[in-house]
Write a protein that binds this ligand. Structure first.
Ligand code: FES
Ligand code: FES
Length: 207
């Protein structure tokens, strides 16, 4: 008798839990299938479409009205008209866009113009000293360190930054520290020779 009661009780419990599980499934499905109610329209972004930005490039201040997403490379090339810095890959892999920001070499395709309003930006156009080529430019010419020249502005800016950093002591160091600048023409031996010339002979190569 006791056993039969227990079985009945067990059956009741199983029935109740089955009903509860089914009900909860139904509720979940109902919630999932309920169409999302249209609420108020999305708030308009607080990011301005364009901003006024002043960039100091090669010693000259340039006032631009640009979108916040404009890269430093595009600001230089498309808005200021300094097309010496080249766009190779546009995502940090070739170094053709290298410029100097406060003396440090930077891939200008990877940074936004609005981040550099307080900086001194130097491009290949700003390296010459008076009517004379920068020592690094002169070394590239003397060593014939280019073929098509597309990578050359980035190579030279990068090499000027390298000299200023002061870490290169050998050709292997030069190759390693210039490895972010790709030359599709394969002018590497002459590029290394040009940088070595400046490192050995003209310590004033850094801007
Ligand atoms: S264009 Fe900037 S790294 Fe290639
Ligand atoms: S000289 Fe042509 S890519 Fe370097």
């Amino acid at each position: 008798m006791k056993f039969r009661l227990k079985r009945r009780r067990l059956g009741q419990l199983m029935f109740v839990s089955t009903v509860a599980a089914t009900t909860s499934n139904f509720v979940e499905k109902s919630v999932a299938q309920t169409p999302v109610k249209k609420t108020t329209p999305m708030l308009k972004s607080s990011i301005p479409e364009t901003m006024k930005v002043t960039l100091k490039v090669n010693g000259t201040a340039h006032s631009l009205q640009i979108e916040p997403r404009v890269t430093l490379l595009d600001a230089l090339r498309e808005y200021i008209g300094l097309t010496g810095s080249k766009k190779g890959c546009d995502h940090g892999q070739c170094g053709a866009c290298t410029v100097l920001v406060d003396g440090r070499r930077v891939n200008s395709c990877l940074t936004f113009a609005i981040m550099h309003t307080d900086a001194a930006i130097t491009t290949i156009e700003g390296l010459e000293q008076g009517n004379n080529l920068h020592p690094m430019q002169a070394a590239f010419v003397a060593r014939d360190a280019f073929q098509c020249g597309y990578c050359t502005p980035g190579q030279i800016c990068s090499a000027v930054g390298l000299v200023k950093e002061g870490h290169a002591k050998s050709d292997a160091d030069i190759r390693e520290l210039m490895s972010g600048n790709i030359c599709r023409c394969g002018a590497y031996p002459n590029i290394v020779a040009a940088v070595r010339d400046v490192l050995e002979g003209k310590k004033d190569a850094a801007v």
